[in-house]
Design a protein around this ligand. Structure first.
Ligand code: AMP
Length: 309
């Protein structure tokens, strides 16, 4: 695997690959590579001839009180992980290489999709993510880019940006990789002290319980949010920030669970780590059949906000 820190070197190497007719798969990351990242690299290897991994802790997506300075960085270990997983190129630019004039004046605005969920807690986050991803897509020129469903709203934002701006890259979503106890693997799990690490899987357990409730007939998003909050009330080390049902495409709050893959996403502070996780909800078909439409109050549209995948 070759490591490049400049756009120019990477572009030269990828031009040769492209001229040889090889497809390019791209896995953008912030480093501290783990099994989740490895699963994306492996998915890219399946579909593409050449895999490029980027490691860039993007200052534009961190708020002033967030963890930009202490975010885990270990390029030597990451090189080994990416090599073992089968990446051919690692792009690890410095901040000045990505933002030579300081932070760019040009930003990618994502609109309402970036204002719910994570956007409410992290103002400007999705604008920072969208801006750096468009830059990276232009630098790499990949055929496909691979993102984790772990960051479901980010994936939805990137899909929207690619569609709206006609970017010539196919976005592939990959399933969340979890620890044996259910905790979603994350670079930020490194912040968990032993007591927090013990408590942290409660978030995934609560989401799974809500997922089961939806599958057996609960289609009221407020009831599912309340269920997650109730379950986590028994684990005070996990301080829930939100647990909300979203339309998987627009990330608008969903009025009903529906039948097409609504996402229940949550964030919680656990010790000094802020963790996010989500599950896809598949409503029990009987849940809707049990409610004849004629009994709905006037003006109620059961399929409004239907979650089109
Ligand atoms: P990050 O380095 O945290 O910015 O993540 C880089 C990419 O890896 C994003 O597309 C994430 O969604 C994805 N990712 C992070 N954790 C996981 C996980 N546990 N399973 C699958 N993908 C993940």
């Amino acid at each position: 695997m070759k490591t490049f820190t400049t756009r120019r070197e990477l572009a030269a190497a990828l031009a040769v690959e492209r001229r040889s007719g090889r497809s390019i798969g791209f896995v953008p990351t912030m480093g501290a590579l783990h099994e989740g990242h490895v699963s994306l690299i492996e998915a890219a290897r399946q579909a593409d001839d050449v895999v490029v991994v980027s490691i860039f802790v993007n200052p534009l997506q961190f708020g002033p009180t967030e963890d930009f300075d202490r975010y885990p960085r270990d390029l030597a270990a990451d090189r080994e992980t990416a090599t073992d997983a089968g990446a051919k190129y690692l792009f690890a630019p410095q901040v000045a290489e990505m933002y030579p004039n300081g932070a760019t004046a040009t930003r990618v605005q994502v609109g309402p999709i970036g204002e719910t969920g994570e956007g409410r807690y992290r103002p400007g986050f999705f604008e920072g993510v969208a801006t750096v991803c468009v830059k990276l897509f232009n630098i790499v020129g990949a055929d496909r880019a691979y993102f984790g469903e772990k960051d479901a709203q980010q994936l939805a934002v990137i899909r929207q940006v690619v569609a709206d701006l006609n970017l010539p890259v196919e976005i592939i979503g990959c399933p969340t990789v979890r620890e044996p106890d259910g905790l979603a693997v994350s670079s930020r799990n490194a912040y968990l002290d032993p007591e927090s690490r013990r408590a942290a899987p409660a978030l995934a357990r609560a989401l799974r319980a809500a997922q089961r409730a939806a599958a057996t007939g609960e289609d009221d998003p407020a009831a599912l949010s309340a269920l997650v909050a109730d379950l986590l009330a028994g684990e005070p080390a996990v301080r829930l920030q939100y647990a909300t049902v979203f339309d998987p495409v627009t990330f608008a709050e969903a009025p009903v669970v529906g039948r097409c893959g609504a996402i229940l996403a949550a964030a919680a502070q656990v010790g000094s780590a802020r963790l996010i996780d989500n599950v896809t909800l598949a409503a029990h078909p009987a849940a809707k059949r049990a409610r004849p439409v004629v009994t709905q109050p006037v003006g109620h549209q059961p399929e409004r906000g239907a979650l089109v995948g």
